[in-house]
Design a binder for this molecule. Structure first.
Ligand code: ADP
Ligand code: MG
Length: 704
């Protein structure tokens, strides 16, 4: 069947807990013709992949609305709580307060008969009115053949009413509404990080169309158009400056507080702010395609991530409703206690478990994004938290990746100019930073005399360059390359090379017409802050830190010793991948820091590939974690944030699970009166709220 497949996004309003989102997802997924449905609570949106011939958007909308949620035509407007809901809420609060006061007063022996302070009809009215929003949702869910935890609790309330515990029923309804409110609040707190981010979205843009400046909505910009940005305005696209000069505050994307200067030819990012100049910018990436657009998407999608622990919890939850029902039945049938059965049903309802992961993940990913660390979703966050091995690339990662020539050593009566000039004539064809350094150093001497047509150039990754011009062969590169080409390095050049390498400089050998006649010394400055960052990572428990480099072993040793890390040298790109795989096979979780361009394959193979300082949309694709500014401090910070998030998730899940086991046991044994059970039911929600709030607070602290 070659049916076409379509994809649509529907706004969904009125969902206030993760369980609601799961419910909508289930119901959409069950429609005939729906291939896949994903519902994001924080984005308030359903994304559906479907067969247009078999199911319509209208049918999906009906399915969502049948559950009691709205599909607004204009997204983004959160439905305000209805007045009736507020009044019923206040009513039930008042009644519950009187009942609880009465119970307390009687227990303390203050007022006799105080527990009967509220007349039965009033208590029943409070139950029906106050519980209505929840009963309605339970009914709608049942009609869609889904049993929610709230259904159990509703059963508990019915039980309480049948045994005449009207006051207790009102108290249960009160706590049920209260827990709902807490869930909504916790989800909202997590969503805050996303909202702060979305608030930075540029809404308007000035574009030059047919030579005139017009104002348009940012979403109407098209690729390739010329955008005008005035002082104080937000740049609406990722683009290239065509004209003008300005300092730009990039903090919204990179977290970098010092503005950067931008002029013609340089790139600017959407959502950053032009502080003081006028810029004309060519739009290279617009809307959701821009770096900013991708960041927003990443944070939105982070929510749907299921951690391993959450997946386990979900499996447990699948058996949960039957287990609770069985415990309640046992209390009722075997122990003959309706009160105990009601308590079981009431204590077991906690929507909180569904919130345990998403709240923490969204908070962590959102906060990290604000700090210039882009974590590509929960999988990356979890890998980062579990990482026990760290691999480091050398060039561009531990060093700045902008090497320069520090010396030229000729042999056999040739001149240094000769060596540089010939080397540069071959290096023009390579994009390696070493090549750039040699070409730059040769520019003043060579002048451009080497324009002769070239027959064949072979750039050999991790080795160097071989250029064939007729019978002539120019070779520029490592010892390995020279040997592979069947040549030998003369003694004095070999000694010279060794001396350079022990000082941490790279020796590049140059050969022509079958003779190696010179060596060029190339050095790269170390990046600042590496040593501190590595020390911080060690205290975080990452024991094994190894530098992987294609450079010579002596150069590697010099740098590795200074940083106090292990090293493996003279590796080809495929060796690096093999090392990552072997470590993974040994059961390690491997994090790797690279510069995102050279090391893309190894970064992709690593569990958590961290790309250094590359605020480009392309780098976001390759890495699991992208550092949007060149700052090594962000590496331990990212690890710290992820550890904290997963610590919180574990506590959330374990806490909720332990609470449920203890609560249900006590209730089944009849040691937990229904009113106390109702009150206890909000404990997991409180736990999750406080725990995740802690996460938001700590991660928000500006510098550590
Ligand atoms: P790293 O692992 O440090 O990023 P690479 O794998 O890119 O290093 O390169 C390894 C080695 O290969 C370099 O140290 C250098 O000796 C040699 N090499 C690679 N490309 C070139 C080139 N274009 N010119 C000269 N030498 C090169
Ligand atoms: Mg490299």
């Amino acid at each position: 069947m070659a049916a076409t497949i379509d994809r649509c996004e529907l706004p969904v309003a009125g969902m206030d807990c993760a369980d609601c989102a799961a419910k909508v997802e289930r119901v959409l997924g069950r429609l005939d013709g729906v291939e896949q449905a994903h519902v994001s609570l924080s984005a308030e949106r359903a994304t559906v992949v479907f067969h247009p011939g078999r199911v319509s958007v209208a049918a999906m909308t009906r399915a969502i609305e049948a559950l009691g949620y709205k599909v607004p035509s204009r997204p983004g407007l959160r439905a305000a709580p209805r007045t009736s809901e507020i009044i019923s809420g206040l009513f039930v609060v008042a009644i519950a307060a009187v009942v609880m006061f009465g119970l307390l007063a009687e227990r303390l022996g203050l007022v006799d008969g105080a527990s009967r302070l509220v007349p039965a009809p009033v208590a029943i009215a409070a139950v029906l009115l106050g519980g209505f929003p929840i009963f309605r949702r339970v009914a709608l869910a049942l009609r869609a053949r889904t049993v929610t935890p709230h259904a159990l609790m509703t059963l508990g309330i019915i039980g309480a009413l049948t045994i005449g515990e009207y006051g207790a029923a009102a108290v249960i309804v009160f706590f049920m509404r209260f827990a709902d409110f807490l869930d909504g609040y916790a989800a909202g707190r997590a969503r805050q990080a996303l909202k702060e981010l979305v608030a930075l979205q540029p809404l308007e843009a000035r574009v030059i169309r047919d030579g005139v400046e017009v104002e348009v909505a940012a979403e109407d910009l098209r690729f390739g158009e010329t955008v005008l940005v005035k002082p104080g305005e937000r740049i609406p696209v990722d683009g290239t400056v065509l004209w003008g000069r300005a300092s730009v505050n990039q903090a919204p994307i990179t977290g970098e507080s010092v503005p950067v200067d931008r002029e013609a030819g340089q790139t600017v990012l959407a959502a950053t702010v032009n502080l003081d100049g006028v810029l004309r910018v060519r739009a290279d990436h617009v809307g959701s395609d821009s770096t900013f657009g991708r960041i927003v998407r990443l944070v939105e999608e982070a929510e749907s991530y299921k951690s391993r622990a959450q997946r386990f919890a979900d499996r447990v939850t699948a058996y949960y409703i039957p287990v609770v029902a069985a415990a309640a039945a046992m209390a009722w049938l075997i122990r003959g206690s309706t009160t105990a059965a009601v308590a079981v049903l009431v204590v077991s309802c906690s929507c909180g478990i569904a919130l345990a992961t998403p709240v923490a993940v969204v908070a962590a990913v959102g906060r990290a994004a604000r700090r210039g660390v882009l974590i590509k979703g929960g999988t990356a966050l979890e890998a980062l938290a579990r990482a026990d091995v760290l691999l480091l690339d050398k060039t561009g990662t531990l060093t700045l990746g902008q090497p320069h020539v520090t010396g030229v050593y000729p042999a056999g009566g040739r001149s240094p100019e000769d060596v540089l000039g010939i080397a540069a004539s071959a290096e023009r064809y390579s994009e390696h930073p070493i090549a750039a350094a040699i070409v730059a150093a040769a520019r003043p001497i060579a002048g451009g005399s080497d324009a002769a047509g070239v027959a064949e150039v072979e750039v050999s990754s991790g080795r160097g360059v071989v250029m064939r011009d007729g019978a002539e062969r120019v070779i520029v590169g490592s010892r390995r390359l020279i040997a592979e080409q069947g040549l030998e390095v003369p003694h004095i050049l070999d000694d010279q090379g060794r001396a350079l390498e022990t000082r941490g400089q790279t020796a590049v050998f140059v050969a022509q017409a079958g003779t190696v006649f010179g060596v060029i010394a190339v050095a790269d400055a170390p990046r600042p802050g590496v040593a501190d960052a590595l020390a911080a990572l060690r205290t975080l428990g990452i024991r094994q830190i190894t530098m992987l480099t294609g450079d010579n072993a002596r150069v590697a040793q010099d740098i590795a010793e200074r940083l106090g890390v292990d090293y493996q040298a003279e590796l080809l790109p495929e060796d690096k991948i093999r090392i990552v795989r072997r470590l993974q096979a040994e059961g390690h979780t491997v994090a790797m820091v690279g510069d995102g361009i050279n090391d893309a394959p190894a970064l992709a193979q690593a569990d958590a590939g961290i790309a250094m300082g590359t605020a480009t949309a392309a780098a976001l694709e390759a890495a699991d974690v992208a550092l949007l500014k060149d700052d090594w401090r962000l590496v331990p910070e990212a690890v710290r944030m992820s550890r904290r998030a997963f610590g919180v998730i574990r506590q959330n899940l374990l806490g909720t699970l332990a609470y449920n086991v203890i609560g249900i046991t006590l209730a089944t044994l009849g040691w937990l009166p229904p009113v106390l059970a109702a009150a206890a039911q909000v404990i997991p929600d409180f736990l999750i709220l406080m725990n995740s709030g802690r996460l938001l607070r700590v991660a928000a602290r500006p510098d550590r």
